[in-house]
Design a protein around this ligand. Structure first.
Ligand code: FAD
Length: 495
């Protein structure tokens, strides 16, 4: 077995130096350590295990899933991380697995928009005094927002340099005062900006005008995972050698081996490693690389933005809110706007989920759980003054959680064009997965992270076969191909 933990203290591996060449028993499979047990890591491990590699997955938390975190403490699944499948279509790389598992999707929007993952028809907006905003105003301001955004394209084309989306909106409003909104319409416009910020999990003054709408969103709209996302992780991770509570502190990329050191000092050695920890963790230098990462890799890590989004889930004894998918509060600034996802409509459970993105998400993390729940309740009481207290609440803290340090990546203003290529480029026997390195513009998503894991595993397996040549090529069956054989349709509860 090539993957091994070493506690002896006598082995030269312990001081971080690798032996010149470790013998490989005849016919034994190459070994790979996968670091991080989110969707990208378990997908990579699944692929390699299916292809007969020896795989060990090291995960720092006491659970798998990473930014997929389905909490069951309410007696029903509540996703505190990812909850939508963006792109309910056969081209979605996760569709075959979701089909095979028989998981239901509740389609909140049939639109491929990067602005909204829900339909405006099933959304009710209120002002700060609890008055409902007429649907006609919501629709009219929605049209104005589209017009403003289309005008920002002209601003983009005029400049060779990048600016923020917010700067571009302000230039457009200066040029076209007729697009400026007053009173409640201004507040609804801020709410649209708040929704746009939610997609990127970042404030509009940090989102790149050059790239914000360049993402190729998959078709088929946005579907909520009714049973939660965790069953996907569970299925992919079956029978893999997984070590929870193993926080990686150092990765030594040697001449012919990789040595991975975990928090308690133990070392694991393999032929290659796939790193799928969040880019926030790499930015914070929580893992030491030996030799140090080259400058081009470090600058790619530094040049990518990481957003933040948090959820405050509230469970009630009874349903006192209307049967719409989304309840929103409009306000004079996008920061003060807010919205709740109504899980009751999608799943039948009496749960509302308040969502905060960007600076607001960081501010929520400064509160205790009780105060965060009170904060969400104050928003709810603006709409429903007699709202009862929740019987249970849950609060996420993705921005300060040392195992995520942010919610997902996004393009900062002025991002160099080759950032993603540099991020995913392998280094010796190290390969990089995770949502941020995804190809095809699907960064920041579950399906993007899944694909990134598979691609890193494919690259890693090719590299090892070329180097060690000990596996039957015929054994390399892509887990994607294997799963694609299923022909069961996706189960969508709302068309
Ligand atoms: C609030 C929120 C809402 C979201 N909503 C959606 C959505 O609706 N739809 C969608 O498609 N996407 C959504 N996303 C994004 C999606 O969750 C991520 O893109 C995806 O899950 C990332 O998977 P990953 O495997 O790349 O990273 P992760 O899931 O973060 O996995 C990385 C793993 O590495 C582990 N790790 C960290 N440091 C170490 C270490 N030193 N040693 C060992 N292990 C370590 C972590 O614990 C983690 O398990 C959302 C994310 C958040 C936070």
């Amino acid at each position: 077995m090539e993957i091994k933990a070493d506690n002896s203290g006598s082995n030269s591996l312990l001081d971080g130096t690798l032996p010149p060449r470790l013998g490989r028993p005849h016919g034994s499979s190459p070994s790979v350590i996968v670091i991080g047990g989110g969707i990208s890591g378990v997908a990579a491990a699944r692929f390699l295990q299916n292809a007969s590699f020896k795989v060990l997955l090291l995960e720092s938390r006491d659970r798998l899933g990473g930014r997929i975190h389905t909490d069951y403490s309410f007696g029903c699944p509540v996703d505190m991380g990812a909850s939508w499948l963006h792109g309910v279509c056969n081209e979605n790389p996760l569709a075959p697995l979701i089909r095979r598992l028989g998981l239901t999707l509740y389609r909140t929007s049939g639109d491929d928009s990067v602005l909204y993952d829900h339909d405006l028809e099933s959304c009710m907006l209120f002002d700060m005094d609890g008055h409902q905003v007429p649907q006609s105003t919501v629709a009219e301001v929605g049209d104005v927002f589209k017009k403003i955004l289309s005008e920002t394209e002209k601003v983009r084309n005029e400049n060779s340099y990048d600016i923020s989306v917010l700067q571009a909106i302000s230039i457009v409003l200066d040029r076209h005062p007729e697009l400026r909104q007053e009173g409640i319409s201004h507040e609804v416009l801020q709410w649209y900006i708040c929704r746009m910020e939610a997609w990127f999990a970042a404030d509009a003054d940090t989102i790149s005008l050059k790239t914000w709408d360049q993402e190729q969103v998959l078709t088929g709209g946005h579907g909520l995972m009714v049973q939660g996302y965790y069953p996907v992780i569970e299925a992919l991770s079956k029978d893999i050698d997984i070590r929870l509570n193993h926080r990686v502190k150092r990765i030594t990329n040697g001449y012919n081996k990789v040595m991975v050191t975990v928090e308690d000092g133990r070392n694991f050695v393999a032929d290659a490693a796939i790193i799928t920890v969040p880019v926030g963790v790499l930015k914070a230098n929580l893992i030491e690389f030996k030799p140090k990462l080259p400058e081009w890799k470090l600058s790619a890590i530094a040049d990518l933005g990481v957003g933040n989004e948090n959820k405050i889930a509230l469970r009630f004894d009874n349903v006192f809110w209307p049967n719409v998918e989304l309840l929103g509060i409009v306000a004079p600034t996008s920061y003060a706007c807010g919205y709740f996802l109504n899980l009751h409509k999608a799943t039948g459970h009496q749960v509302l989920v308040y969502m905060a993105a960007g600076r607001l998400a960081y501010d929520v993390e400064k509160l205790s759980d009780r105060d965060a729940a009170d904060f969400a309740m104050r928003q709810l009481e603006k709409m429903f003054p007699d709202a009862p207290e929740p019987v249970q609440y849950l609060v996420s803290r993705w921005g300060t959680d040392p195992d995520s340090l942010g919610c997902y990546s996004y393009d900062l203003v002025g991002k160099p064009t080759d950032v993603y290529d540099r991020l995913r480029a392998p280094l010796g026997h190290l390969f990089f997965g995770g949502e941020a390195v995804c190809m095809d513009d699907h960064q920041g998503s579950v399906h993007g992270a899944y694909s990134a894991g598979i691609i890193a595993a494919e690259d890693c397996s090719r590299h090892l076969i070329k180097r060690l040549g000990s596996l039957e090529i015929a054994q390399l069956v892509s887990s994607r191909e294997e799963i694609l054989k299923t022909i069961v349709p996706l189960q969508i509860s709302r068309m």
